[in-house]
Design a binder for this molecule. Sequence first.
Ligand SMILES: Cc1cc2nc3c(=O)[nH]c(=O)nc-3n(C[C@H](O)[C@H](O)[C@H](O)COP(=O)(O)OP(=O)(O)OC[C@H]3O[C@@H](n4cnc5c(N)ncnc54)[C@H](O)[C@@H]3O)c2cc1C
Length: 455
Amino acid sequence: MSDTSTLHIVGGGMAGSEAAWQAAEAGVRVVIHEMRPEVATFAHKTGDLAEMVCSNSFRSDDSEQNAVGLLHWEMRHANGLIMDMADAHALPAGGALAVDRDAFSAAVTARLRAHPNIRVEDGEITALPDSGHWIIATGPLTSQGLGQAIAAETGAEALAFFDAIAPIVYADSIDMDTVWAQSRYDKGETEEQQKAYLNCPMTKADYEAFIDALMAAEKTEFHEGETAGYFDGCLPIEVMAERGRETLRHGPMKPVGLTNAHRPEDKPYAVVQLRRDNALGTLYNIVGFQTKMKYGAQTEVFKSIPGLENASFARLGGIHRNTFLNSPTLLDDRMRLRTRPHIRFAGQITGVEGYVESSAMGLLAGRMAAAEIMGRDLPPPPPETAMGALIHHITGGAEAKTFQPMNVNFGLFPPLEGVRGGRRNRKDRYKGYTDRAKLLWADWLSAAEAGLTEA
Ligand SMILES: Cc1cc2nc3c(=O)[nH]c(=O)nc-3n(C[C@H](O)[C@H](O)[C@H](O)COP(=O)(O)OP(=O)(O)OC[C@H]3O[C@@H](n4cnc5c(N)ncnc54)[C@H](O)[C@@H]3O)c2cc1C
């Protein structure tokens, strides 16, 4: 297993399958280690590779106005197996890319098994390898044995087994005439730290209406077999509200240490705080607002918060069984574990979320590992591409302290120069982002491919 020209991939899901394909197509020998069907998870039903565990959708296929659609486009242009098989087994679904899930996974499995450079070895891997080239792509339901081995290497705090996602809002959709920037008790050395939070003030009537809406909202249940993993530090807001109508006012919505900069004489009854979520300052998360409310209900309830009436959400909240690393502290920009650089991570375990994002990170990890085996270095794509925006976010751009899984969205992209923010310009702005990304992705791909052929 330690020979230096073979790439071992643990996990043949969305990320592992794409990584294997990319490396094998580059001429590298690949072994995929997959524990199913020998060892099951509560969500997978088959022994096929790239099984879709829940919805059968790859989401929007619009590569001009949607960041997921752009990710599709970038993968299609990079000989992506997951996209190729999704296109081959697409079902009618309007602007979305939905697929026949069984035909899709069967086709991915057949293509991988038939590839002369790929071998699939059944069985669970339970330890971190000491040598060789490895990609770990074991996903949100990484087996217990391997999870423990990873936690022993990274420290328990750096590996989570449940996510607790608070909604994330685009900065330019927040009403700055209502909210103000201030850290509680003006804490911090610099002005930037003292104004690190945005505050949404609530009157007593606002607060009471908010609590009523929260309690009445429809919630999602945990999947069968997925046990609730609430820790007191990250209870869903609706569970806190159920413990008492005043609980939130003494928790994440407490108004103390804050003065409304627009109306200093008005003492808010409660305050909702937003905290910067990325280095670019384009995204803010609603502090402490992890929730199991259904998506439609979340939008309605959160838009009732003063200052967020016109909010656009880069992602909504959720709590799921989800094994993921604190990638900003653990991985380098080539997705290698800093403490053991012969091991890369890819897919949902790196803190991206979704079939598409996971396959995308598999594509990059597979190419980077192949380049390394062939004596080359493949730098990450520029942050203006969808692939680049995601990898930069997880390996550095995201706040490490509050790191939670992320979907691809335009808030991760460096802003376009000379294009104004705001709702009205959104269409032009998104087109600007996607045009810029496509050019840069094509450049990066040709440079990457020239590098490999020279080797
Ligand atoms: C219940 C649930 C519902 C979801 N619903 C959706 C959805 O509707 N849409 C969406 O986009 N995303 C959904 N996701 C997220 C989805 O799982 C990921 O987006 C995607 O499958 C992640 O790809 P991955 O390759 O990282 O992990 P996976 O696709 O899960 O692949 C990981 C593979 O590793 C294998 N494995 C695990 N441990 C070991 C080990 N120790 N040794 C060998 N093999 C191992 C597993 O069997 C699996 O085949 C859901 C996740 C869960 C848990």
